[in-house]
Design a binder for this molecule. Sequence first.
Ligand SMILES: [Zn+2]
Length: 294
Amino acid sequence: MMLPVDIRWRCFREMLCVAFGLGVLLLAGCTVLGGIQRSGAQAVPGASDDALEGGYARMRARLSGEFQDRVPCQWGQAVDGVLTRLDTDHNVMALTFDACGGPLSSGYDAELIRFLEEEQVAATLFMNARWMLANPDAFRALAAEPLFEIANHGLLHRPCSVTGRWAYGIQGPSTVADLVDEIELSGRMITALTGSRPVFYRPGTAYCDDIGVQVARSLGYVVAGFSVLGDAGATYTREQVRDALLAAPPGAIVILHMNHPEGQTRHGVMEAVPLLKKRGVRFVTLSEGVDLAR
Ligand SMILES: [Zn+2]
């Protein structure tokens, strides 16, 4: 049975606080289960009950045991197992917008989203827990919009590493257990609010190692990369964004950002979309695109 939105939202906010507390505790070297217990999660239904009963901890321990002796041999944004394009002959494009969160990356480009809605452009939105915490009203509205698919962009926006590798100045988890927390806690938060579990996970920075990809798969996620750099972390000019979109081949997965309204991303998107529509391009969510590829 689906809970009313207000109730789900209350649960979600509580879970966000719990998980954010967890992140801090993790950084301080505490265990996840201990963090949940100390955060008073007994009042939170769902994941917290699961954790207190040991389900989450057992799952985490099982995956740690399964992968702890595995040594990664690949590192990058397109390692084996990462979905980087839609394997289809249809004239489709998957626009993906990351909401990375954190002190400098929790903005909300509401004008961009309004444009997508007016133009009926489907898109996949990769949500980081910190962004959701900073933008609860926006998240609630986005989750209720059928045009958009909500996807998982991690708890603390860390690369998908099991050996503590760095990308863009951000260190990834150094253990399988920490990586499970990075992926799964934010996934559970999204599930708590939307009522459905996200299908896709994109690591913070989009960097991963091949063992991390397998861990994510074991948790039930498809790791989503990209084939077209749409805004280079929202640093592209309007022209660069527009030209990147116009040059994208059929089946492209384009990575863009919705958390930097001060950037030029939306301007380039707003120029390119009408031109792409004239070419007959259809915009799809990642799930729709993957279905077409079957
Ligand atoms: Zn990001």
